[in-house]
Design a binder for this molecule. Structure first.
Ligand code: AMP
Length: 143
């Protein structure tokens, strides 16, 4: 199973925000969209960073309510790890586990073409496991 197979099912929409938006605006967006991370875009549309709910929690822990008026660019992670559509879901799961993050933007020809969350990966792995078990049960029943 490849990243493009997940995107085919879940779609390619990526929620993004500008780096000069406030943390308060980012928190509102995360809550409204019911997601855990937003990709931060530069003016030219390229990926400038990623901001997850953990970054918001960390900022509030450090600066209390003042953090909410600070720009997203101050709290985002700049060195974004991305994947491509032809990466395998197994490799992505290994990457997320090793790097300890739950979101990976997908780049196609350097353009943002989707985002995969740990929830997408787990859902896909469970579906695969169920299918494998059904196939095995079929073999056993037929034999
Ligand atoms: P998460 O587990 O995705 O909520 O993110 C945990 C931390 O990793 C936060 O500081 C995020 O900004 C950062 N992070 C999340 N996804 C990525 C990614 N693909 N590349 C680099 N850092 C990330």
């Amino acid at each position: 199973m490849l990243v493009k197979h997940i995107l085919r099912d879940k779609g390619r929409d990526v929620v993004t925000i500008a780096g000069d938006a406030t943390l308060s605006e980012a928190a509102l967006l995360l809550a409204r969209k019911r997601i855990g991370a937003v990709v931060v875009r530069d003016r030219d549309g390229s990926v400038a960073g990623i901001l997850s709910e953990r970054d918001v929690v960390r900022a509030v822990a450090e600066a209390s309510v003042h953090a909410l008026a600070q720009p997203v660019s101050r709290h985002m992670t700049r060195n974004v790890i991305t994947c491509t559509e032809t990466d395998s879901v197994d490799d992505l799961m290994e990457l997320m586990t090793r790097k300890r993050f739950r979101h990976v933007p997908v780049l196609d020809d350097e353009k943002l073409s989707g985002i995969i969350s740990i929830g997408d990966v787990v859902k896909t792995r469970i579906a695969e496991t169920v299918r494998e078990a059904e196939t095995l049960r079929g073999y056993i029943a037929a034999g």
